[in-house]
Write a protein that binds this ligand. Structure first.
Ligand code: PHE
Length: 349
């Protein structure tokens, strides 16, 4: 068989192989085998050495033609395989844009955080600063600076989680944040007006009305000429912001080691408007927070001249506020993180 015939036969066979190739790997293998240095075309061309000189150009150009045609056929087949692959993928990935979407569940601040936010907004609007402090606290700030020296009987009012020694504890109130701020305050720059919201801890057995961890917001105002009337106006604003514009408050004498005089604050019942119902236990009033005029000892311990400066402090429980406002009868509900419970208090109503 002449070289030309050999080439034609080779071309014929190769074209069949190319057109039946189904994937890119196969077509690549064909290309490497057919056109590579050890491939059959190179092999045929090597046989040209034995041909008479005058026939060589003819056979040579024929061989080049065959190689070009096969190269084109391979490229075309490769393009075709790729196009088929793309078409198949597009078919498989077809999206039905008319299907209803999966609704995205939006979260919301926890109900306690909503109450805290509301109170923060109120006080920021009146020029108070919102101050944070450590939850692991020193006895010094949590008690001593609040006029509660060691062995003071009123320490029993706040069952305490002590840590490694008797000096470090889980704060039982957010008052230590006031202590830390008072200590640093420079009255030449203006009065001290602050609230400190945060978590507090007490060694209570959890039940419907007690939790070993709950929240407090304490407020403190110190300046010259602050009176109990300023305190009463501020407390009334809190009560009306949380429980409604119609609310009245009343103050009853009480005792806290860090205030003198001290008061307990009742708000007129928002359920029955003071007529008597189960929420206010038929009294028309609900106790909501504690407050008083800052005790001179507290000022002195912080290095403040108690003859010149004075003011008021109050402490309230966002947990209790939320329970009252929304009729939640078990404080533990707030800490179970059951979304079915929490989503009832959507801000979007
Ligand atoms: N820290 C007090 C408590 O937990 C609350 C309070 C603060 C009362 C300020 C009066 C004044 O009992």
């Amino acid at each position: 068989m002449g070289l030309k015939d050999k080439l034609m036969e080779l071309q014929q066979k190769a074209l069949e192989e190319i057109s039946s190739a189904e994937d890119l790997k196969k077509i690549n293998d064909i290309r490497v085998n057919l056109l590579g240095k050890k491939g059959p075309i190179t092999e045929v061309l090597r046989g040209m050495r034995d041909l008479p000189k005058e026939e060589r150009p003819n056979v040579g150009s024929f061989a080049n033609k065959v190689r070009d045609e096969l190269t084109n056929a391979i490229t075309e087949r490769k393009d075709r395989i790729e196009a088929l692959k793309t078409a198949k993928r597009l078919e498989e990935e077809k999206i039905d844009v008319t299907l209803p979407g999966v609704p995205v569940k939006a979260g919301q601040p926890h109900i306690i955080m909503q109450v805290i936010d509301q109170i923060e907004k109120l006080f920021l609007g009146m020029g108070y600063q919102v101050v944070d402090g450590p939850e692991i606290e020193e006895d010094h700030y949590n008690f001593e600076m609040m006029n509660l020296p060691k062995d003071h009987p009123a320490r029993d009012m706040q069952d305490t989680f002590y840590l490694t020694d008797n000096n470090l504890l889980m704060r039982t109130q957010t008052s230590p944040v006031q202590a830390r701020t008072m200590e640093k305050h420079d009255f030449s720059k203006g009065p001290l007006k602050m609230i400190s919201p945060g978590k507090v801890y007490r060694r209570d057995t959890d039940d419907a009305t007690h939790s070993h961890q709950f929240h407090q917001i304490e407020g403190l105002v110190l300046d010259k000429h602050i009176t109990m009337a300023d305190l009463k106006g501020t407390l009334q604003l809190i009560a009306r912001t949380i429980f409604g514009e119609e609310r009245e408050i009343r103050l009853r004498p009480s005792y806290f080691p860090f205030t003198e005089p001290s008061v307990e604050v009742d708000v007129s019942c928002f359920k029955c408007n003071g007529n008597g119902c189960s929420v206010c236990k038929d009294t028309g009033w609900i106790e909501v927070l504690g407050a008083g005029m800052v005790h001179p000892n507290v000022l002195k311990i912080s290095g403040i001249d108690a003859d010149v400066y004075g003011g008021f402090a109050f402490g309230l429980g966002p947990d209790r506020f939320a329970m009252l406002k929304y009729g939640v009868d078990d404080i533990r509900e707030f800490y179970l993180n059951d979304v079915r419970f929490l989503k009832q208090f959507s801000q979007r109503g």
